[in-house]
Design a protein around this ligand. Structure first.
Ligand code: ADP
Length: 328
């Protein structure tokens, strides 16, 4: 059976980008067609300045939201990364396989390290090695497919390179995984800054729709989205990134096609109104289910405990094999 692994970082509240780019597909198809693991990757939240209590709170909230979005523990494994030691154990071995040059070339590292230095902060070594830990997350489970948004494809490419290199040097140990992307909305953009992706850890929140935003807040954010000069509703990601982003979001909500939808609208206002309503309806069941689950923390704890036990059992043989192969 195909093995799938993917995750979310608890560095902020989950966004519409996370949902449309990843989580919705995990719930709707991936968990049904494969042996799937979905992980709250809390170790990855420590690569930048963080508040320990907030990381803990956001990890729990992310896990609760994954269940609210429809992940079913009877079908898939939901767990928290730091509950399974094998991730960090394998990461070190892969650090002995990766080179510092290839890590310094990662786009996310370049962007985030430049931003940190500009803000006068020092850059943590873990920001550089983050893609190696991500490779360990994926390779520990013999993963075939990694369903992610476009922002993560470079890291999955690196994972493939490390797996191939390790296998060549030390004998076949890892399955070489591939990234899979959603048909639409693989890159949801910030509503106020439509040339940057909608990311949960960005400072300004006016351009970010969070899964737990109240309907009124969602409407306000979408109605105030930056559009482009001109009046024609056209799907042009280069020239009209704001309008194209709204069309992508609407298409993703309605399982439609953004180019065809562009022909339906005569004004930006009408497009925004329909997009806002579509997003409110899309998120309604997730918010409702989240409220129910948040009222029963014992259930979420139990799911995460069982998930970690299952994940450990799956990861250990692969990680043990990697240690043997490398000479330990
Ligand atoms: P974030 O940038 O929000 O911290 P994560 O690293 O937690 O994102 O990513 C969780 C999943 O959500 C990944 O599969 C990632 O590709 C996807 N994702 C994140 N942001 C977006 C976006 N703006 N559009 C589409 N997919 C996204």
């Amino acid at each position: 059976m195909t093995r799938i692994f993917s995750g979310v970082k608890p560095t902020g509240h989950l966004t519409l980008g996370n949902y449309l780019g990843a989580v919705r597909r995990w719930a709707a198809t991936d968990q049904h067609r494969a042996d799937a693991l979905f992980c709250v990757v809390d170790l990855h939240a420590l690569t930048v300045e963080h508040d320990p209590a907030r990381v803990r709170r956001l990890s729990r909230q992310a896990a609760t939201l994954l269940l609210a979005a429809g992940l079913d523990p009877a079908l898939c494994t939901v767990f928290v990364q730091s509950h399974v030691d094998e991730h960090a154990r394998l990461s070190y071995v892969l650090e002995c396989t990766a080179t510092d040059g290839e890590l310094r070339r990662m786009i996310q590292y370049k962007e985030k390290s430049v931003r940190a230095r500009a803000a006068g902060e020092s850059v943590r070594l873990s920001l550089l090695t983050y893609p190696v830990l991500m490779a360990a997350d994926i390779l520990a489970y013999g993963t075939d497919e990694v369903p992610v948004g476009d922002d993560q494809t470079q890291h999955v490419e690196l994972t493939r390179d490390l797996a191939v290199r390790f296998n060549q040097r030390y004998g076949h140990t890892f399955v070489v995984p591939k990234a899979t992307r959603p048909a639409v909305a693989a890159r949801v953009m910030d509503l106020q800054e439509p040339t940057s992706k909608m990311g949960k850890s960005h400072g300004a929140t006016a351009g970010i729709v969070y899964l737990l935003d109240e309907p009124e807040v969602v409407r306000k954010k979408i109605m105030r989205a930056v559009t482009d000069s001109g009046r024609e509703v056209e799907y042009d990601r280069e020239e009209k990134p704001g309008v194209a982003n709204l069309l992508d979001v609407l298409a993703a909500c309605e399982d439609g096609n953004p180019e065809e939808l562009a022909g339906v609208y005569e004004s930006y206002g009408a497009l925004k109104k329909d997009t806002a309503e579509a997003v409110v309806e899309l998120l309604r069941p997730v918010r409702e289910r989240h409220a129910e689950l948040a009222a029963d923390p014992g259930y979420v704890d139990q799911v995460l405990k069982e998930g970690a036990e299952r994940a450990r059992g799956m990861a250990r043989p692969t990680v043990d094999a990697a240690y043997r192969a490398i000479g330990l």
